[in-house]
Write a protein that binds this ligand. Structure first.
Ligand SMILES: [Zn+2]
Length: 341
């Protein structure tokens, strides 16, 4: 796994603000920490293990694996653009109480390194046992060729595509990672963590079978996305990305790009344009409508859209929306015409 380089855009001003707020709040934070379980204590039979995560998706999986033995808390609410979350002083306070911190790694959440630095809590710093980089063990897509690492293709996705949680099987890898970490930290409840993991994994496979069947009529259908957040999801469900509204990840589209994209949507018979919860639906709607497609908002994280209450209902909701969009947009005839021609 590649080691993330430091990538901290415009973070120094924020650091100063956070440091200031933190120092003002320090005595209270310390009082609470010491009144509680005792930092880094190996014996914690009564206290729950405190897990802070960047996304509600990680929090949900950690809660499912940790069960009654953990308390989870997400810094994000679910709709945010993970690449641009303004860290708040409250994030620091939450992290100071964490036994574990789960984050996406890579450059998916570029605001995290500075936040961790500001927090100054040794057990959750990079390399410490309480820091869980969820990308470890994931087979990344869109990894740049060796030696071509650069920001020429945009400011994010530099180490490969960081939106890996949109494939439910990657959720299983993360769940296994969390299980192993919890067993090491709290071996007394090993059997609980193992049972919770088994339950999770079985559930994901059952769900996947069901959702793949639902999307089977659209197998191979070409889609356009707003942000390049969907390659894991689209591969898993056998859909094909043929274009993006953003010319490069995180770079807004210009008029010429949208004209060319419109042409492509018509030529490839694209029926569905996938929009993220944090990008302008209006732009996607216009491009879609003008070229005979429909735009649909999908959530990449738990709580991103109504009904996406946990990792399972996230996929149920996304797939239902997608099927509805395909029905509204008509069936894809591109595969038929290219096979026939
Ligand atoms: Zn991205």
């Amino acid at each position: 796994m590649s080691m993330p380089h430091t990538h901290r855009p415009a973070a120094s001003a924020l650091a100063i603000v956070l440091c200031f707020v933190l120092s003002a709040l320090m005595p209270a934070a310390f009082a609470r920490a010491h009144a509680g379980t005792g930092a880094n204590s190996a014996t914690h039979s009564n206290a729950k293990i405190k897990i802070v995560t960047t996304t509600p998706t990680f929090a949900d999986i950690a809660a499912k694996i940790g069960g009654d033995h953990v308390d989870t808390l997400s810094l994000m609410k679910g709709k945010e653009n993970v690449h641009h979350v303004p860290p708040k002083p409250s994030f620091v306070m939450k992290l100071r109480k964490a036994d574990f911190f789960i984050h996406a790694g890579l450059d998916g959440e570029p605001w995290v390194p500075q936040l961790l630095k500001t927090t100054r809590k040794p057990n959750i710093q990079v390399g410490a046992p309480g820091n869980i980089d969820a990308s470890i063990g994931i087979t990344l897509k869109e990894v740049p060729q060796r030696g071509t690492l650069s920001r020429a293709n945009g400011d994010v996705h530099v180490y490969g595509n960081p939106h890996y949680m949109t494939d439910p099987l990657n959720g299983v890898i993360v769940a296994r990672h969390i299980r192993d970490v919890l067993i090491r930290y709290d071996p007394d409840h090993k059997s609980d963590y193992e049972a919770n993991y088994e339950h999770f994994e079985t559930g994901i496979h059952e769900m996947l079978d069901r959702l793949e069947a639902k999307l089977a009529p659209y197998r191979g259908a070409p889609v356009v996305v707003y942000h390049r957040a969907w390659p894991y999801f689209l591969d898993r469900f056998h859909l094909v990305e043929v274009g993006e509204i953003e010319p490069k990840p995180d770079i807004p589209p210009g008029p010429q790009h949208l004209i060319e994209l419109g042409k492509l949507i018509r030529e490839k018979h694209v029926r569905v344009v996938i929009v993220d919860t944090f990008n302008p639906l209006k732009v996607a709607d216009r491009v879609a409508k003008e070229n005979g497609a429909v735009a649909v908002v999908l959530a990449a994280n738990v709580h991103g859209i109504k009904g996406a209450d946990d990792y399972f209902s996230l996929f149920e909701t996304d797939v239902n929306r997608l099927v509805e969009a395909f029905e509204r947009g008509g069936t894809n005839d591109a595969a038929a015409s290219s096979n026939g021609g």
